[in-house]
Ligand binder design. Structure first.
Ligand SMILES: [Zn+2]
Length: 133
């Protein structure tokens, strides 16, 4: 199932040969003929949310002035050029160099988003969860 609206801003003439179909509307269109099989992905824009409750981390590269950085929770869409639908990426940019990424299906991401919104509502308004068990 690929019911996404093609991105009209990406001219077909600039697309690499391996990309046989149109990009979905959310794709940034950054594809290259030299992309290997694992890199042949449609990428969406990253949306980042700073996590102010976590300790900031400092660059540790020797010789670099460095700086303190908030840890970030980021999300974006990604879809292999032969896959039927996109997946939702959740990134936690943590203080170590390791980054943790998880993939959710679109349905799972929607359920997760509703769960977070329900918890936000409970935190702000009180009362029980409105989600069904
Ligand atoms: Zn694309």
């Amino acid at each position: 199932m690929n019911n996404a609206t093609p991105n009209p801003e990406i001219p077909a003439a600039t697309r690499p040969g391996w990309l046989t179909g149109p990009c979905p509307a959310w794709c940034d269109g950054r594809h290259d003929e030299s992309d290997g099989p694992d890199d042949r992905l449609h990428h969406g824009e990253f949306v980042a949310v700073p996590m102010s409750l976590l300790a900031q981390w400092k660059d540790s590269d020797p010789g670099e002035p460095g700086g303190w950085h908030l840890q970030m929770c980021e999300t974006s869409l990604e879809q292999g050029y032969r896959e039927a639908e996109p997946r939702v990426l959740i990134w936690l940019r943590a203080m170590s160099e390791e980054e943790h990424v998880d993939f959710l299906t679109v349905d799972e991401a929607e359920e997760f988003a509703h769960a977070i919104l329900d918890q936000v509502r409970q935190a702000r308004d009180g009362g029980p969860s409105q989600r069904s068990a």
